[in-house]
Design a binder for this molecule. Structure first.
Ligand SMILES: [Zn+2]
Length: 72
């Protein structure tokens, strides 16, 4: 489906956001509601970039390498 579902939820303070692809092929983006609105937007753009780049299906790269390529 490739839908993107965005939810604002309380997360531990050191977690800004994360994305979980699901079995339907949709992306569930969770943004930490405890962040400022500005940081929430920055984190959302970061997660959307991962989705556009197909980062969740790059089995040949480590999470660290992927984050290095997707800095903001
Ligand atoms: Zn990232």
């Amino acid at each position: 489906m490739e839908d993107v579902i965005i939810r604002l939820i309380p997360l531990p303070v050191h977690v800004r956001a994360f994305t979980m692809p699901d079995a339907q092929g949709d992306y569930n983006v969770y943004i930490n509601v405890l962040l400022s609105t500005e940081q929430q937007n920055i984190s959302l753009q970061h997660e959307l970039r991962h989705i556009r780049r197909g980062d969740f299906y790059k089995r040949d790269k480590t999470a660290k390498e992927i984050e290095e390529e997707n800095k903001n």
